[in-house]
Design a binder for this molecule. Sequence first.
Ligand code: GRG
Length: 298
Amino acid sequence: MSTPSFSQWMTHIQERMESALDRALPVPAITPTRLHEAMRYAVLGGGKRVRPLLVHAAGDISGATPERLDRVGCALEMIHAYSLVHDDMPCMDDDTLRRGKPTVHVQFDDATALLVGDALQTLAFQHLAEAPVSDDPQRQLGMLRQLAIASGSRGMAGGQAIDLASVGLQLNLSELEFMHIHKTGALIRAAVGLGVQCGRNLNDDEMTSLDHVGKVIGLLFQIVDDILDAEADTATLGKTAGKDAANDKPTYVSLLGVTRARALAEEMCQDALDRLAAFGEPARRLSELTRFIVHRQF
Ligand code: GRG
C-alpha cells in the first residue's frame, strides 16, 4: 500500500482527535449539564488541531503508539481551547467569533466561559495523568511538569500577560519574539517535545535539536498568524480578521511589513527542515506539517 498523502494523513489524525476528544470530555447528561455542554462547544467541531497534529508528527520520530499520542494531543488541545475561550472574553480580546461560531461567552455567558476555561485546563492534566503515555512513570511526571510550565506564567499565560501589557507600545523584534515564544510558542514547542517523549528514548543531541525545531515552528506559526490577520478575511479565518491593527497591537507585520515577515517565516521554515532532515523518513510528517503551517491560508 502506498504512503498516504500529507492531506490524507492530516484528515486521518484530525478525525482520530475529534473522536478522542469526544470520549475525553464529560457528556452533557452529567451535572453540571450547562458547563459540560459549553466545554464540548468550546472543543469539538472546529479548529485545525495543529497541536495534536504536531504531537502525532513528532511521535512518529520516536515510534510512539497512536493511542499515547491521542492522549497527549487531547491534553494540549484542551489547554489550547481554554486559552481561546479566555482570550475571547470581554476582559481580554473581547471577540464574538471563533472557529466560525459565536464565542463561548456570547453563546453561553461570561461566568460559564470562565469556568469552561478553568475546567478544561484541569481536565487536561487529569487526562494526561490517567493512563501511561510513557513506559517510564518518572518521565510521565516530567511530561506533566513540562505541560504545566508551558501553560503557566513562564509560558502561555505569561506571554498573554506581556501581550496585554504591550498594546499601544512600540516593541522591537526581540521583545516581540520573547512575547510570542511564550504566548503561542510555548504550547507548540511542548507539543513537539511531549509527542517525541511518548516513544523510545532519543539521545540528548536529538532532543535538543527537536526542541529547537519546536521553538522555530512556534514562532513561525505566529508570524503566519500575523500575516493572515492582516491579509485574510473573517469568513476564511473563522475569527475576526484585522484585529491586530484595530487594537494597535505590535505584530511581525506592523514591525517588518508583510514581505519581510513572509521571508522571515520561510527562512525559519528552512532552518527547521534542515534539522529534521537528519532524522530521515520518520520525520516526514513533521517536515510536511512545518511547510503546511507556513503556507496555510487560514
Ligand atoms: C488566556 C491564558 C490565556 C492565553 C491566551 C493563545 C492565546 C493565549 C490567545 C489566542 C490569541 C491568538 C489569536 C493568538 C495567536 C496565535 C493563535 C494561538 C491562534 C489560534 O490558534 P489556531 O490557529 O486556532 O491553532 P484553531 O482554532 O485552529 O485551533
